[in-house]
Design a binder for this molecule. Structure first.
Ligand code: GLU
Length: 192
């Protein structure tokens, strides 16, 4: 059970993500992280432990932009560590995830054979690799996420952003909560 949050709109996303994560922190204390599309491209900050550790990192190395995703982790696959903290990134893709991907190991082997390098011990990282593989194959962002999600077994919600698609974030839920907040000129996703 993790806390996930996403924002797209005219405001700076970092404060919104950190405020959202403070409300979701009860869902996981193992690590926290955010990814934001800044003027320099996709940037992320992650920290092991409670949200306050991430807040310190973001205060000392600020990032901001109109689009971002965030996560507080309750580890199920892989120890609590910064490397295993979400968001997980591959290419232009960043992913946060709540739940379990049961078939992550069987999905991983063909990607390793195709020279994908995995950095974490999580089941989540497979999602970033699948979406990126689909993007590299020429699929648009929504199609790439949809096709990746169709390969996943388990109960999960995921939120994905793509630095090459700056006008949207994509959420998927399968037997796991994901709330959509529709605003005026801005939208939100959260695991509760
Ligand atoms: N399975 C993911 C991880 O271990 C998400 C954990 C969860 O939702 O509790 O990082």
């Amino acid at each position: 059970m993790c806390g996930i949050v996403g924002y797209i709109g005219p405001k700076g996303s970092t404060d919104i993500l950190l405020t959202g994560l403070s409300k979701l922190e009860y869902r996981g204390y193992d690590s926290a992280g955010i990814a934001v599309l800044t003027e320099n491209g996709l940037e992320s900050k992650r920290a092991e432990g409670k949200l306050r550790n991430l807040v310190k990192v973001v205060q000392s190395e600020p990032i901001d932009g109109h689009l971002g995703i965030g996560h507080t982790r309750w580890a199920t696959h892989g120890r609590p560590s910064e490397t295993n903290a979400h968001p997980h990134r591959v290419g232009s893709i960043a992913v946060v995830h709540n739940g379990i991907i049961e078939n992550h190991l069987e999905l991983k082997n063909p990607l390793i054979d195709a020279c994908h390098v995995f950095e974490s011990e999580t089941d989540t990282e497979i999602v970033a690799h699948l979406v990126w593989r689909n993007r590299e194959a020429g699929q648009d962002f929504v199609e790439a996420v949809r096709n990746a999600a169709l390969e996943l077994h388990g109960a999960f919600s995921i939120v994905v952003m793509d630095a090459d698609t700056p006008d949207r974030i994509v959420g998927v839920r399968v037997a796991s909560p994901l709330v959509l907040g529709v605003g005026e000129g801005e939208n939100f996703l959260a695991s509760d």
